[in-house]
Design a binder for this molecule. Structure first.
Ligand code: FMN
Ligand code: 173
Length: 386
């Protein structure tokens, strides 16, 4: 339960201290000034002509709320339950690779923020620090591990086993990145964080991966990662085998089609993340929010549904929750916060998102995340075709 009666959720940002960027546009602008062109372009950009990136934002802009009043909204319950545990907010950290590009402390700073705010942290396979280092930095934080499959599947099983041993509580298998999207900004900037070694944390600490290398030179490690990270043969059979090999719940990240959601459930998957990878994989893809309603219908409450891609303010989170998501994950906003001010910057960004969400739930006339399902939304669907 959180009290909205003091009414200072916004005004605490208007004080004598140096201002911190408040909107996503302000954050992105400040990060552009702070980071070199290569890393900034890598984080910001989408694939191809960036239609997917635009579709994500357009989908949120098409929905509007019809609020209700006179409901006593002085106390709001923003908590949610996932896999039997209760969390204070419906926000999670999206798995974002190679955080060393944004800040020296990388994932360690983010997991400490996650612990402080009691927000679940999803660590990427391609992280700068290893999952053991992250677990050591915040042993009590709720941590999930995002798995990228490996061409040599024993490496994938090894990483999943390490995550379980280190206290991670779920596996998030990303299905939309069997190869890298067509990212023109990185070609323009001649920038590959993989080739620069920002993804090494989990690989150089993996005995199965290391045993496959001809030697321990930097070049051999980079070649080894590139040979394994792209895995176009991934299929439902691999998912069934992973399920046999881990005791952890498995979520599939990157589901957009209701038929894939149904197949996921038929194959024993425990949760679904509706996502188009923040527009970084296939260009010309449906905005994630537009994909959500059909998936909510297909899943019919059997497993939790999490949404990401374009959740840049509290009101975006509210719309996703109102349309049936159980939680949302946040990507670029926290990465910009990390680049600007490390752990403190991550906390600032997530706190602002959360505070805006609280104000918005109350002003929409709801008193809990569950109650958001009952609020009225209208869709301005200008889809007339000539
Ligand atoms: C720099 C960057 C790196 C990412 N790395 C990964 C990753 O390693 N694994 C993964 O599943 N998703 C990765 N993602 C995608 C995020 O998990 C998430 O789907 C996306 O950022 C959500 O969109 P948003 O940035 O618009 O919030 C990455 C995103 C960014 C911006
Ligand atoms: O940059 C990304 O979005 C990402 O997920 C990724 C995928 C493979 C290698 C490195 C990063």
């Amino acid at each position: 339960m959180t009290n909205t009666a003091q009414g200072d959720l916004l005004l605490k940002n208007i004080n004598a201290q140096a201002p911190f960027p408040i909107s996503f546009a302000d954050l992105e602008q400040a990060a552009a000034e702070k980071l070199a062109a290569g890393p900034f372009g890598y984080i910001r950009s989408g694939a191809g002509g960036e239609q997917t990136l635009r579709n994500n934002r357009a989908a949120f802009e098409r929905y509007s709320i019809v609020p209700r009043f006179l409901n006593d909204v002085s106390t709001i319950d923003t908590s949610i339950e996932l896999f039997g545990k209760t969390y204070p907010t419906p926000l999670l950290f999206a798995p974002v690779g190679m955080n060393g590009m944004a800040h020296d402390k990388g994932e360690l700073a983010v997991v400490e923020a996650a612990h402080h705010l009691r927000i679940p942290y999803i660590q990427s396979t391609v992280s700068t620090y290893s999952l053991e280092e992250v677990a050591h930095a915040a042993p009590d934080a709720t941590k999930w591990f995002q798995l990228y499959w490996s061409t040599n599947e024993d490496i994938a099983y090894s990483m999943a086993a390490r995550a379980e041993a280190a206290g991670f509580e779920a596996i998030v298998l990303t299905v939309d990145t069997v190869m890298l999207g067509w990212r023109e900004e990185d070609v323009r900037n001649q920038f590959s964080p993989l080739k620069l070694g920002y993804a090494k944390g989990n690989y150089i600490n993996d005995p199965v991966f290391m045993a496959t290398l001809p030697d321990h030179s930097f070049e051999s490690y980079v070649q080894g990662v590139l040979q394994n990270i792209f895995h176009p043969t991934l299929s439902w059979e691999n998912i069934r085998e992973l399920k046999r090999r881990t005791n952890l719940p498995i979520l599939l990240k990157g589901i957009l089609h209701p038929e894939d959601a149904k197949l996921a459930i038929a194959n024993g998957i425990d949760g679904i993340i509706v996502s188009n990878h923040g527009g970084r994989q296939l260009d010309g893809v449906v905005g994630s929010l537009d994909a959500l309603p059909a998936i909510v219908e297909a899943v019919n409450g059997q497993v939790p549904i999490i949404l990401d891609s374009g959740v840049y303010r509290g009101m975006d989170a509210l719309k996703a929750l109102a349309l049936g998501a159980d939680a949302v994950t946040i990507g670029r906003p926290f990465v910009y916060g990390l680049a600007l001010a490390g752990q403190e910057g991550v906390e600032k960004v997530m706190t602002n998102l959360y505070d805006e969400l609280k104000v918005s739930i109350a002003l929409a006339g709801a008193t809990s995340v569950k109650a958001l399902r009952n609020i009225t939304l209208v869709k301005n669907d200008r889809t007339d075709v000539k």
